[in-house]
Design a binder for this molecule. Structure first.
Ligand code: ATP
Length: 445
């Protein structure tokens, strides 16, 4: 071991004792000392995010620990390994003095913790940013904006921040909502004349986590405006905002420019689909959490079959396990192959597509599918069209934008509105509710 290695070992030793395992592994272990001249220690850092975080929170301690070891001042210089252009930094806001008083807690999924989150190439930046925010909410990267495809862990990571904040500060007020809930709460507040309470609920939290923020785009101007003011109130009080979206903020349709710029002023980071190694690790972790012993070759086989969506990957693992139990077979790759074949054909059989729904609804109401996809506003077509959209949302896994697309390129807010409208009519238990039930039965045939 040379002097630099001994020195760095000592520094690491210090942080291993000081930091949580996750923080240590994310921040300190990622550092690579490359040269030590006696007066200057050069360290390679893997990303801009690491560089900034180390400079802000650890650099001083690193220097102090080195001083302790060598009894002399040493300068520490950080060098970026490769600039990471998926990260966009923005300006940070100024603190304000208003005092936060009113708690409002929302339920977080207990499984969505950092401990249960597997870090891989596609999510490591998002994970590092999440840890940074969880360690020091209200400081850097406000808002933190995660974007990426379906089922890739955006909600998990966002809620992990909430869990960690509550773990370190049990009195913190963390509010988790989807943007749909925000919109509904706001509409209800106006309807019932309780906007003061609404403001209290949303503007006096320590951390606001809003999932699927893309649905705020295209919403009525008043909802976007309300969100803008909520955002500003929290931001100006140094309260952290974390957002998830299926796309980058500038790609969200009909999102007001001032919101786009707010969303981009902190840190935006994408999550991309996991590579094979990460998928295997996720399956292994999931098996461990559920107390299952599954051989590595079987895990590799499953991970090789499903490559884009972690939710689906988890579903596949569950069905393989269930198949093995029911058929009293060992969990070999061969059993997994059989299980996945029947899982896929069952899934294909039992889940009607949007096209199936459109055909069935059109037949039921004696209309053409083109009517459902068209724009005619007569009641005899509008209600069937809304029913078809409602069922597409209820029985397929398709996103709102995808459903809108399949209905002649309509906006996702139209689908959302249709869904709410039909859900209300079903509550009334009249003709529409009976029609929906009958169509559902037809779809099962
Ligand atoms: N890196 C990971 N490690 C362990 N589990 C993961 C990871 N990423 C995702 N998951 C799991 O995959 C499932 C889907 O994740 P999540 O709901 O967070 O995805 P999402 O990106 O928010 O999806 P959507 O866009 O549909 O809202 C969850 O059960 C989550 O725990």
């Amino acid at each position: 071991m040379n002097e630099m290695e001994r020195l760095w070992d000592y520094v690491k030793q210090h942080f291993r004792q000081e930091l949580s395992k996750g923080s240590y592994e994310t921040w300190i272990q990622a550092l690579d000392p490359i040269e030590f001249s006696g007066q200057v220690l050069h360290i390679r850092v893997p990303s801009e995010l690491h560089k900034k975080h180390i400079e802000n929170y650890y650099l001083l301690t690193i220097k102090q620990v080195i001083y302790e070891f060598l009894n002399q001042e040493v300068d520490v210089l950080l060098h970026l390994d490769q600039p990471n252009n998926r990260i966009q930094m923005g300006n940070q806001g100024q603190a304000d003095t208003e005092i936060i008083t009113n708690p409002s807690k929302d339920l977080l999924n207990p499984k969505y913790t950092f401990d249960n989150f597997i870090v891989g190439e596609g999510n490591k930046m998002a994970h590092a940013a999440a840890l940074a925010v969880a360690e020091g909410p209200g400081r850097d990267y406000n808002p933190l904006f995660f974007f990426g495809g379906v089922g890739l862990g955006k909600t998990h990571l966002m809620q992990a921040i909430g869990h960690e904040v509550l773990r370190t500060n049990p009195n913190a007020r963390v509010k988790y909502v989807t943007s749909e809930t925000f919109t509904n709460d706001f509409i209800n507040a106006i309807r019932t004349n309780t906007t003061d309470q609404f403001h209290k609920d949303y503007r006096t939290v320590d951390m606001l986590l809003v999932d699927d923020i893309q649905f705020i785009g295209g919403n009525k101007q008043s909802t976007q405006e309300e969100f803008f003011h909520t955002f500003n109130a929290l931001y100006n009080n140094n309260k952290h905002i974390v957002l998830t979206s299926d796309r980058d903020a500038s790609q969200i349709p009909e999102l007001e420019d001032r919101l786009v710029s707010r969303f981009k002023q902190g840190l935006s980071t994408d999550i991309t689909p996991p590579d094979l190694e990460t998928r295997i690790a996720i399956l292994r972790n999931k098996a461990n959490v559920n107390g299952l012993q599954i051989p590595d070759d079987t895990l590799s086989y499953i991970a090789g079959q499903i490559d884009s969506n972690i939710r689906e990957l988890e579903g596949a693992l569950t069905s393989v396990q269930a198949y093995a139990v029911m058929n009293q077979e060992d969990l070999t790759p061969n059993t997994a192959a059989k299980a996945l074949r029947s899982y896929r054909s069952n899934a294909a059989k039992s889940a009607p597509s949007i096209a199936d729904i459109q055909n069935t609804v059109a037949q039921y109401f004696n209309l053409e599918v083109a009517d459902l996809k068209g724009k005619k506003r007569v009641r005899s077509i509008v209600v069937p069209r809304q029913i078809a959209m409602y069922l597409s949302r209820e029985v397929t896994e398709s996103s709102l934008p995808k459903i809108g697309q399949e209905f002649g390129g309509k906006d996702h807010t139209t689908v959302l509105h249709a869904h709410e409208k039909i859900a209300d009519l079903i509550q009334e238990n009249g003709e529409v509710s009976r029609d929906v039930e009958s169509i559902k039965k037809l779809l099962q045939k």
